[in-house]
Structures are given as structure tokens and as C-alpha cells.
Design a binder for this molecule. Structure first.
Ligand code: BEZ
Length: 262
């Protein structure tokens, strides 16, 4: 999971990420079915975080490299999976040429505004006929949460900063893929309401993990007041049966580098 490096955060706490936000990689397990890794495949896991999905891919593929822009995440991935290869790398500046049968990415690309640079690098990294399988937040993702985070800043007397995330429409992302040299096979957008871990604290834990851009507008001593405001605003829409359910919408993508043998 990588930030795009053009703004102050995020600085990932790998242990908190695994302890309280395991749903991020657990949902990604379904995407591995679409990747369908097999013996002989050399796979790049782009934004591997703590490496859980990299390990699942490695169980079926011949070789896997996990990359992430966060040194903390890569350190945790190496500790958890000592037999696998992990490297710190910027997804906007991939330095691979024609090496991979597949590039996989789960819940990462919404952190990177320069989608064209990422897709160009993915296309270059793939062998001819190689596939790009990815899922991330699409148009409308966390709309209620973002609206409340911005309104909450105003409510406590701050300017409502813009969202730091990239949530493209189907049409926008299909264009990015085509411009980058990939042939689009599938681009779908679907709602996936996502239960957060932590019961009553689930939303504030999520904001503390992922919403640093908003929290950074406030001194430490004002943050609890702000988080309470956000919870009050969202409770009628996102709190069900004792827990928070984030209004996730996923964009799921399969694209291919042209020129493979049919
Ligand atoms: C997501 O997975 O949709 C997401 C995660 C963190 C921040 C924004 C969106």
C-alpha cells in the first residue's frame, strides 16, 4: 500500500494495519481468483503492504516480487514472509521491462494521483500478453465518509481540505489504461459496503489509519472532538448492529499488454 509521496502522509503503522484493518487484504483474496496465478508465472504485487496476498500468490505462481513505497510495510512483510522477495519502490517510477506475466494490485491505486505514470510503468513491466489485475476505490468510494470529514473540519473552524484520494470513473480509468498501452478486458464498478473492525471505535480507527490528511489540519488536542463530530454525522447512515460499515465502492480491472501469442 503506497502513498504517492506528494503529500505529508501517510506513514503506515504496519502492526496497526494488520491488527485492526485486516479486512483490506482479506477482501483482496477474491481478486487472486481473477489473477489465477499458475506455475511458470512471474508476478509483481504492486503495493504489497505487509505481504499477506503476496504469500497467497506465491503459493500458486513460480516467482513473486512484492513492492511498496513504505519501508515500514516492507520491513514487516520481510519479517512475516522471510522466503519471499520484497522491495521498497515507487509505483510511479517502476524500473522493470518485460519481466512479468502479471501485475497484481489490491487497495492501493486510490493513493496515487498520477495514474498515467503507474499504468505506463505496469505496461512496460509486463511481458507481451501479460495481464494487469487490480482493484481499488472507484468513483463514489467513501463518499459519505469524505463528506463528513470535510464538513467536520468546517464545524470545528478549519478549511475543508480536498480529498487526497483518486477514485476514477469506469470511463476515466479505461482511458488511462488505453493511453498507457494496455488493452482493456474488464472495468467494473460496484458497491462493497465494508464492515470495519473495532465495534464502536471502528470509524475513528479507520480515520486514524487512513484519514491522516484530514486529521493533520488539527492539533492533537482537537482531534477527539472532531472525530466525535464525524461519528455523530455518520451514525445514521453507516452504523449498523453495533458496528461501522464503510461505504466502499470498488473499481475492478483486468487489462492486457497486447502482442501475446493467442
Ligand atoms: C479504500 O480501500 O477504499 C480506501 C482506503 C483508505 C482510504 C480511502 C479508501
Amino acid at each position: 500500500m503506497s502513498g504517492d509521496g506528494s503529500q505529508p502522509g501517510p506513514h503506515w503503522d504496519a502492526r496497526l494495519y494488520d491488527d485492526r484493518h485486516g479486512f483490506v487484504w482479506q477482501h483482496g483474496a477474491a481478486l487472486i481468483g481473477l489473477l489465477a496465478p499458475k506455475r511458470g508465472d512471474n508476478v509483481l504485487d504492486l503495493g504489497c503492504g505487509t505481504g499477506h496476498l503476496t504469500a497467497r500468490i506465491a503459493a500458486a505462481a513460480s516467482t513473486v516480487l512484492g513492492i511498496d513505497s513504505s519501508p515500514e510495510m516492507i520491513a514487516a512483510a520481510r519479517t512475516a514472509h522471510p522466503g519471499l522477495r520484497f522491495e521498497v519502490a515507487d509505483a510511479r517510477a517502476l524500473a522493470f521491462t518485460g519481466e512479468f506475466d502479471a501485475v497484481f494490485s489490491n487497495a492501493v491505486l486510490h493513493w496515487i494521483g498520477d495514474a498515467d505514470a503507474v499504468v505506463r510503468g505496469v505496461a512496460r513491466a509486463l511481458k507481451r500478453g501479460g495481464r494487469f489485475v487490480a482493484e481499488f476505490g472507484g468513483d463514489g468510494n467513501v463518499r459519505a465518509i469524505t463528506t463528513a470529514l470535510r464538513a467536520g473540519l468546517e464545524a470545528v473552524g478549519r478549511k475543508p481540505v480536498e480529498s487526497p484520494w483518486y477514485f476514477p470513473t469506469i470511463a476515466e480509468y479505461a482511458e488511462v489504461l488505453g493511453r498507457g498501452g494496455l488493452e482493456v478486458r474488464v472495468v467494473v464498478l460496484f458497491d462493497r459496503p465494508t464492515p470495519l473492525e473495532g465495534g464502536e471505535n471502528g470509524l475513528r480507527d479507520w480515520v486514524r489509519m487512513f484519514g491522516g490528511h484530514f486529521l493533520a489540519q488539527l492539533p492533537d488536542e482537537r482531534r477527539d472532538e472532531y472525530l466525535a463530530w464525524v461519528e455523530d454525522a455518520l451514525r445514521p447512515v453507516l452504523f449498523r448492529d453495533g458496528g461501522w460499515v464503510a461505504d466502499y465502492r470498488r473499481l475492478r480491472v483486468v487489462a492486457v499488454r497486447p502482442g501475446g501469442v493467442v
